[in-house]
Ligand binder design. Structure first.
Ligand code: PLP
Ligand code: TYF
Length: 394
């Protein structure tokens, strides 16, 4: 039986991690996988997470099962973080999931149950796992234009022209902030136009929110999600705690499913419990519990927010420095977009050959589509990268 399996295409980002690990060069630079690293190249455990873990170890009296959709306290705290304190929580069905990936997966399964033929529109490009999960679930997807190869910003006219073809009940997958892999994001006016268009067409947004707090701040990064949530009758939100709490391996995520009708909300809540049970039964609790403790304890929350702000500002400073170094090396402003992009990633716009040359000649690892992880840099390696980009003629 098992011999009949067909090999599956490997994840290129994870493959790159292995290549980097096996490179013996001492001065290699890892700009591949989307994990935050400080100036020492360490992915730290955040102070508030350590403190909450200590408290939890003292106070936790049982590891018995929670609920199929996870702990109520976690779901409330996350809904508040994402949707804001004033939101009508009566509209929100939710389920804790294993990471943001689990939330994306559950959202797509929910769509499949509710609207079996629904087509899912995805940005070109998008996070490769969106496409592979859609394919795995046998769901139809269509790409909409998103990235402008010339300006390295959003091709908004192209995007809206493509989305003009969405049908009622189609789903449009949007990155709530910090687009992965490009780093290019819609401005508030453009988000308003997207909201109006979805309202007019009756298409449902699925918002992937994996980097809240990594772009312009916790509130600003949730603004587009809140705008859509406030204007549209149905909205799906798949959020991750991996990055903004730095708890990647704990697998904490959440799916929020908003409806405007109490009967639909109750049906959705029951279906989320059903779907969790079919897939993995109870979701992981440890990371979710730490998140709940942090979000509900004013001192822990203040410390977490302060550290997240340091992380965000560090990435912004690296963006400014890299744009400036590239201005010096190339004598032009054509890399100015790096300072405009937000989040961990920027797509440079280099060819696969140029990306391969950076790796072979300089030990600089970025994803084949020329996505680089800004957090993989520090103030010493920024000039080295800028020189290498110049030498590769990018
Ligand atoms: N969505 C996007 C766009 C991401 O980049 C990530 C990153 O890892 C995720 C979802 C989910 O991450 P995780 O499953 O590790 O929480
Ligand atoms: O895009 C990234 O690098 C992150 C981490 O299968 C990641 O989102 C990469 C690949 C993968 C899961 C997570």
């Amino acid at each position: 039986m098992l011999g009949n399996l067909k090999p599956q295409a490997p994840d290129k980002i994870l493959e790159l991690m292995a290549l980097y690990r096996d490179d013996p060069r001492a001065d290699k630079i890892d700009l591949g996988v989307g994990v935050y690293k400080n100036a020492l190249g360490v992915t730290p455990i955040m102070r508030a997470v350590k403190a909450a873990e200590k408290q939890l170890w003292e106070a936790e009296t049982t590891k018995s099962y929670t609920a199929l959709v996870g702990d109520q306290g976690y779901r409330d705290a996350m809904a508040g973080l994402i949707l804001g304190a004033g939101f009508d929580m009566g509209r929100v069905a939710s389920a804790a999931t294993p990471g943001g990936t689990g939330a994306v997966h559950m959202a797509l399964e929910l769509i499949k149950l509710a609207a079996p033929g629904a087509k899912v529109w995805v940005s070109d490009p998008t996070w490769p796992n969106h496409l592979s999960i859609l394919k795995h679930l046998g769901m139809e997807s269509t790409a909409y234009r998103y990235f402008d190869d010339e300006t390295r910003g959003v091709d908004f006219d192209g995007m809206m022209a493509d989305l003009a073809r969405v049908a009622p009940g189609d789903v449009v997958l949007l990155h709530g902030c910090c687009h992965n892999p490009t780093g290019a994001n819609l401005n508030p006016t453009q988000w308003g136009e997207v909201a109006a268009h979805l309202e007019k067409t009756g298409a449902v947004p699925l918002i992937d929110l994996a980097y809240q707090g990594f772009g312009d701040g916790l509130e600003a990064d949730a603004a587009a999600t809140r705008l859509l949530a406030g204007r549209l009758p149905e909205v799906l939100i798949a959020a991750s705690c991996s990055k903004n709490f730095g708890i990647y391996r704990e697998r904490a995520g959440i799916l929020l499913a908003l409806s405007s009708d109490p009967k639909a909300k109750d049906l959705t809540q029951g279906t989320l419990a059903y779907l969790n049970r079919q897939n993995f039964s109870f979701p992981p609790d440890h990371g979710a519990r730490l998140v709940t403790m942090i979000l509900t304890d004013p001192a822990l929350k203040a410390d977490w927010m302060a550290e997240l702000e340091e992380v965000r500002k560090n990435m912004l400073a690296l963006r400014e420095q890299l744009a400036q170094e590239l201005r010096r090396v190339t004598g032009s402003d054509r890399f100015g977009f790096i300072a405009q992009h937000r989040g961990m990633f920027s797509r440079l716009g280099a060819t696969p050959e140029q990306v391969a040359a950076l790796r072979a000649d300089h030990g600089i690892y970025m994803v084949g589509d020329s996505r680089l992880n800004i957090a993989g840099l520090n103030d010493k390696t920024v000039p080295i990268l800028a020189e290498a980009i110049g030498a590769a003629g990018i």
